[in-house]
Write a protein that binds this ligand. Structure first.
Ligand code: ATP
Length: 382
């Protein structure tokens, strides 16, 4: 596969596999999904991310056919699906609760859908064995769900959904029932399985780290609308709004006014303190569209800010401050620094050097300098 073939959404003429056009869903006078359009490509692991009640599950249920859209249309693999009942769609859904039959063995749970579809006995045996191998549960076929761990049950549910060879698999919070460690491990298994089967996955989650790890692309939803659609790194590094910057990771916001502009940089002033900052201009990003006198917000990720007890001579932008809070997280520490301009910044720094006792590391009430380079901030129009 060429690199470009792995990123069909980057090609303007690529054919989408799932096409959602102007889709809305109203429950009475309440709009749960509000006129959204989206193309998803074959083999994607597409993440739908958003807070509680934003409409993710409603969208997933419309894709599965469990919910009828109020308006708009859904196409899968070129065929209009909007009025097609769930059992006639090339789609399977894996529920948050897994919905396994407790009285049936793992094998029987997985075989259930195939049997109901009238698939022959020997083919069922082969397909169940193949899928159990894929989810690494070959030795667990004779067990009942209550004799399995949470992670194993999750894999049985996945096997049961995949054994019917859907073109699209919809997963609603697939890892929510697992503890943190198991969830991280299972994320990679899920990615491997998706890669092996080539099935297009649409995964609903409210966990931004999970969405970032799993997804080829993410749609961030709020109040029934898409706020931004993009590859994880694109959304993290170039959030379209302050809402997204805050929702995906954490961010510092510095209100500034553009006072000067040349080919490669802009000069921005924080008006209350008169302090001037420099940001690089990139012809594709919004900062190039700002005009002199215009107000904007500098968005700075905590890990893009350096912190030291001595001035950071290599940084174009610097502020003096005092540490107000320290959270030691092992591999990194997070500092809240009250700066000279009256704004508190969150700064994250790796703990590269083993602490040599009190006095060496940065601590509460220490005077510090924070700094960042001119290409570290994103400028958002405000
Ligand atoms: P969560 O992460 O909490 O599951 P979600 O993003 O999946 O949230 P949805 O289940 O899609 O949210 O619900 C979106 C909105 O639509 C919510 O405000 C919910 O109360 C409302 N809603 C969902 N189903 C119905 C229904 N059958 N009747 C009325 N309102 C509904």
């Amino acid at each position: 596969m060429t690199q470009d073939a792995s990123y069909p959404w980057r090609q303007p003429d690529a054919t989408p596999f799932i096409s959602i056009k102007n889709l809305s869903k109203q429950f009475g006078s309440f709009t749960a999904v509000d006129d959204i359009s989206l193309d998803i490509y074959k083999g994607e692991l597409f993440g739908l991310l958003g807070g509680s009640g934003c409409g993710k599950t409603t969208l997933l249920r419309m894709l599965a056919g469990f919910e009828t859209p109020t308006s708009g249309s859904i196409f899968i693999d070129g065929a209009e699906m909007t009025q097609v009942p769930p059992y006639e769609r090339p789609v399977n859904m894996m529920f948050q609760s897994y919905a396994l039959f407790p009285h049936m063995t793992v094998e029987k749970n997985i075989a259930y859908g195939l049997k109901r579809d009238g698939v022959g006995r020997s083919e069922i045996t082969d397909r169940v064995a193949d899928i159990l191998k894929m989810v690494e549960l070959s030795d667990f076929g004779k067990r009942k769900p209550n004799q399995l761990s949470g992670g194993q049950r999750q894999r049985v549910a996945l096997a049961r959904a995949l054994v019917k060879r859907p073109k699209v698999l919809l997963l609603d919070e697939p890892l929510a029932a697992l503890d943190k460690r198991l969830r991280e491990q299972t994320q990679f298994e899920l990615m491997n399985i998706q890669d092996q089967t080539g099935v297009t996955f649409v995964v609903v989650t409210h966990d931004q780290e999970e969405a970032m790890t799993l997804s080829t692309r993410i749609a961030v939803m709020d109040a029934g609308k898409f706020m931004q659609i993009g590859e994880p790194a694109e959304i993290y590094e170039n959030p379209a709004t302050q809402f997204i910057a805050n929702f995906i990771g954490s961010a510092n916001f510095l209100p500034v006014t553009l006072i000067d502009k040349n080919q490669s940089t802009v000069q921005l002033q924080h008006e209350p303190s008169q302090k001037v900052f420099t940001a690089a201009t990139d012809h594709k990003s919004p900062e190039s569209e700002l005009t002199t006198g215009q107000q904007s917000t500098m968005v700075l990720r905590p890990e893009k800010i350096l912190i030291d007890k001595t001035p950071l001579t290599d940084c174009q932008n610097q502020l003096a401050g005092v540490v107000k809070e320290v959270a030691y997280l092992g591999k990194l520490s997070t500092y809240r620094v009250q700066t000279e301009i009256g704004i508190t910044f969150e700064v994250t720094a790796p703990n590269q050097i083993r602490s040599q006792g009190i006095g060496h590391r940065i601590d509460w009430d220490d005077p510090v300098h924070i700094g960042w380079n001119d290409n570290s901030a994103v400028l958002l129009q405000s």
